[in-house]
Design a protein around this ligand. Sequence first.
Ligand code: LMR
Length: 394
Amino acid sequence: PLKSLPAILPDPLLQVAQLARLDRRPEKIDLTIGVYRDQHGQTPVLESVKSAEKHLLETERTKSYLSTDGVEQFCEEITGFLLPRGEVTCSDIVTIQAVGGTGALSLAAEFLCRFTKNRTVWVPVPAWSNHVPVMERSGLTVRRLGRSDSLGRRDFPAFMRVIRHQARPGDIILLQPGCHNPTGDDWTDEEWSAIADACIASRLIPILDVAYHGLGRGLHDDISRVHRVFSQAEIAFLSYSCSKNFSLYRERVGALIVGGLKRGLAMAIHPHLSAIARAAYSMPPSHGGSIVGHILANEALRRIWIDELADMQNRLGKIRSTFACHQALAGRDLRHVADGHGMFTLLPLSEQNLIHLRKKHAIYIPSSGRINLAGLNAGNLSRFAYALSQLNNQ
Ligand code: LMR
């Protein structure tokens, strides 16, 4: 009954993450999927989340359906938290709870494929390994624009040239305002402002992918880059993930927020997003959205969460500087690691290097050479640096 099925490669990141999961060697260092780990290598449930879960257990009275928008309190709270009136000057804003950040990107892409003339999205290189698959699945044509030069450094002039001269009005552009995945090499404030302004001037439709809010420069500074775009764009999409900053990975909670200067436009988009959600999965699950909604609505819990998030952000900053201090031991230049933001950095490693690290040292890194810095701690950092130095002698 089926046509013959073509061979298909597994997702390269999930594949190596699975290999790491199966490795039982006690010295294993897993630097694969972007999951925060504490200094003991654990990803515990946050205290704020546990308290919210207790509250839900005691007060939840029904498991009846939600609307296609998801948990009402979540949508209200997350919108007010991310895009407070006064900070952004959109005429209207619409929020729909999504199945994680991936779900939010999918909803945006599917809507834009149906309702843009050009059906073209610009995706920077390098990007998160799922950006292109998500955009292509919706039917959009993906075009690439380089964000790095041949040495892997940010290439602002080249990026701006494409925005100004190659992208056509009505094209979509997928941007990460901060904590860039996979490089950690964010645009400076000045560069970001110029990029945002050029996108608006070129009449591009921005999708801003924010999956690490609070883990870069902090809650306020990370989101202010979004405010700049939402205050100027005719229409803009924010794909937001609560996986990392609320440590709610498996609960799949995120949001798609649409805002625009043109009165009524975001409101007109809303029923179309609901229709896409309805046809795809009807409504998102309730648990994760209810947790986040409750934390944000409750002053005391919100403060606990903000402190917990600040601890994660500080630890990532410390790992960056400590790892960079190991550059003599590692025998390679690691200055870019100290300067980066968020969970990731890129190391130039060959396929042969990666296999050697895996087999000889039980160190797991995806084929892109991206490492999740949260997988490093006081107990394994020197060993990792030493293993890197051994590659030079291979
Ligand atoms: C990552 O990049 O590792 C995370 O965003 C998790 C994922 O789904 O890929």
